[in-house]
Design a protein around this ligand. Structure first.
Ligand code: ZN
Ligand code: ZN
Length: 243
């Protein structure tokens, strides 16, 4: 049992890395991976901070050896410049870069996403989704990640604010194109329960039809919690594993 996606006070989490490790031991995990946000993300670590972060995780690795395997990961934002050595990295698209230098946040607020669609895509959410998945298609190439992070993050607010239809042919075509590109890399996609634990969603990323598509095309899926607090480590893995 392992959980490789979680945040601590090194970025936007509420617990220290040591508290996360102790809780993972209490929950009976064999491996725990800390994966704080990288540079390129507003709540991410600077290159200087991430050097200290790696030293701290190395300390925990040694201190808790024999009780749990601790890995030093990084959630590498699409726009990061942190390509230091980590045990593994998760590649994520959190922002769309606009030609005027503006960035449209994908997972910050439903209003910001709508605003971005209005301002840059003439109110066409499918055009925004196409831009998002065009970046997602390159996330392994750009971030050199080992795990593909929250593939359809763009649906974070869809249960409260159904801004678009996930069955629309343009939407389906956009994600399938990205999935096809990423499947060629052989990297696993995470099944991320983070939006459930934080109250935005009732199901994990990616959506059921995407999980089925990935499986049908020989792709790998791994569970992750994206926990920002220790109580959410391995959140509802038993419920969603293999679904
Ligand atoms: Zn993320
Ligand atoms: Zn995360």
């Amino acid at each position: 049992m392992f959980d490789l996606h979680m945040h601590t006070v090194w970025s936007d989490g509420t617990n220290t890395a040591e508290e996360m490790v102790q809780e993972a031991i209490r929950k009976g995990l064999e491996t725990v991976g800390i994966s704080d946000h990288s540079s390129g993300d507003p709540c991410g670590m600077t290159l200087e901070q991430s050097a200290d972060y790696r030293a701290e995780i190395a300390r925990l690795k040694e201190k808790y050896a024999g009780q749990i395997r601790v890995l030093c990961g990084l959630e590498r934002d699409y726009f990061t410049d942190d390509f230091a050595d980590y045990d593994y990295t998760i590649g994520s698209v959190h922002w769309l870069a606009m030609p005027d230098g503006h960035r449209v946040p994908v997972d910050y607020m439903a209003e910001k996403l709508r605003e971005g669609a209005d301002r840059y895509f003439g109110g066409d959410f499918y055009a925004l989704a196409e831009a998002y998945y065009a970046m997602m298609a390159k996330v392994v190439e750009v971030t050199k990640c080992d795990i593909i992070g929250h593939f359809d993050l763009i649906t974070k607010f869809i249960e409260q604010d159904p801004a678009f239809d996930t069955n629309h042919p343009r939407y389906v075509k956009a994600w399938q194109k990205a999935a096809d590109e990423l499947l060629k890399t052989g990297k696993p996609f995470e099944v991320n329960t983070g939006a459930i634990s934080r109250g935005y969603r009732t199901a994990p990323y990616p959506a059921k039809e995407i999980r089925d598509y990935i499986r049908a095309h020989g792709g790998k899926l791994i569970m992750s919690s994206d926990a920002h607090a220790k109580e959410n480590i391995a959140f509802r893995f038993d419920e969603w594993e293999g679904k």
